[in-house]
Write a protein that binds this ligand. Structure first.
Ligand code: GAL
Length: 417
């Protein structure tokens, strides 16, 4: 109520009044960080801002991958009710910027030299029309395996380096009576896993052409068909209750040793962290077999809205805190991601985090850093949604063959473009 009044006053009275009004010492943030690990990471930010005297108005919208959150955001923005910032992925930032509802953080960015420390792959999405419209929080990558170490030891497994070795490992788990693959049957989780499968099956060039350039020749190729064959094979290792399962519950299956492995972005590591598990001792992180050397990334960004004058100081404080080197280390250590700046030391990161940072650097320099199609960095939201839909229909048997999946993928992407 108070907030409504404040906004009403600021808008109704024009800028002259707003400029003199007392700043609202509050950050309102929409996000989908509701799992244990995510909430712990977000706390790092809340505490940081609290120390500076900013209240936190939380707008959590549960649902990994952020589809529900983005629906909620759309409604808020349509009603003219802009949060200070919202968690957003890649192309979504650009969509809101094109709609003219984002603020302009350029002054702060210039003062703090963001353009020198934030990798170009992220600036492509946080800068629109020469203006900084979002603050990148982290870099996640999706092509990882998360493995329970005790189960791995029990079945005598070693790191699988190829897809066939991965299948052999899953077979060992099955023979030992353990659920081989922990998966949540939600479209974004299935598509996130398929990103890795496609990279593994076709290699880096193929992934880029198919899922970043949307090259139709690649999308309808035999390699894409083979990728769907591989996906179908993986799904045979999932337990019967997987439909609709949340991603963090799938991670919990691995943490508890009920399942051997989850294929998931490194936000899964946030759950291991929250459960006080240590890499190398309790769990193992390997690149998805056949994808070592490439990084399929996404980055959580805080899209900054064009808020009234009296809310801008809080927005700048949020942006400055987000991009600070100490916060980038502290937050990402908890979250499982790696810093969105290239100049943050890896000292405080665990073995998986150190590998994540080294992999990102190498991929960035070597031209093998690719946007995740499932995670909003391969193509605009309409295309990503079409992709998730086709992959999910295939996983759940509504699309019956790899041939049909390829045809539907090509058509769905064409329609969505
Ligand atoms: C991703 C996001 C991650 C993590 C994950 C599961 O889209 O980038 O930060 O939150 O969803 O919720």
């Amino acid at each position: 109520m108070l907030r409504k009044l404040l906004i009403g006053t600021a808008l109704g009275s024009g800028l002259a009044f707003a400029a003199h009004a007392q700043d609202v010492k509050e950050v309102e943030m929409l996000h989908w960080w509701t799992s244990g690990g995510e909430a712990a990471a977000l706390n790092v930010l809340k505490e940081d801002l609290a120390k500076q005297g900013f209240a936190w108005k939380d707008v959590p919208v549960a649902g990994g991958g952020g589809d529900a959150a983005m629906t909620a955001l759309k409604a808020m923005v349509a009603a003219g009710n802009y949060p200070t910032a919202s968690q957003m992925l890649g192309y979504t930032v650009l969509d809101y910027a094109a709609a003219g509802v984002m603020g302009d953080l350029t002054e702060t960015a210039v003062k703090e030299g963001w353009d020198k420390s934030v990798p170009a792959a992220l600036q492509k999405f946080s800068v629109y029309d020469g203006k900084w419209v979002a603050a990148p929080v982290n870099v996640h990558s999706v092509n990882w395996l998360w493995i329970n170490k005790a189960v791995m030891d029990k079945i005598g497994g070693t790191e699988p380096k190829t897809f066939d070795e991965f299948i052999a490992l899953l077979d060992k788990a099955k023979a030992a009576g353990v659920i081989p693959l922990a998966l949540g049957g939600q479209n974004w989780q299935e598509a996130t896993m398929f990103d890795s499968v496609v990279l593994s099956t076709g290699g880096p060039e193929f992934y880029k052409k198919a899922f970043n350039d949307l090259d139709e020749e690649q999308l309808k190729s035999d390699t894409m068909k083979k990728s769907f064959d591989h996906l179908a094979k993986l799904v045979t290792y999932v337990d019967p209750n997987f439909s609709g399962r949340d991603w963090n519950l799938a991670t919990a299956m691995v943490i508890k040793g009920d399942a051997l492995v989850q294929v998931m972005g490194d936000w899964a590591k946030g759950e291991f962290n929250a459960a006080r598990k240590t890499p190398g001792t309790d769990f193992l992180c390997y690149r998805f077999p056949g994808t070592d050397g490439s990084v399929v990334y996404n980055s959580d960004m805080f899209g900054m809205f064009d808020v009234p004058e009296d809310r801008k100081a809080a927005q700048v404080a949020l942006a400055t805190a987000t991009l600070s080197k100490s916060f980038q280390s502290a937050f990402n250590v908890v979250k499982g991601s790696v810093p969105a700046r290239t100049d943050v030391p890896d000292t405080d990161f665990d073995a998986c985090g150190k590998k994540g940072m080294a992999d990102l650097k190498a991929a960035n320099e070597g031209g093998t850093l690719f946007g995740s199609l499932a995670q909003g960095y391969g193509a605009p939201p309409a295309v990503a949604n079409a992709y998730k839909d086709v992959v999910s229909k295939f996983v759940h048997g509504q699309i019956k063959t790899s041939d049909e999946a390829v045809t539907q993928l090509v058509n769905a992407i064409e329609d969505a473009k």
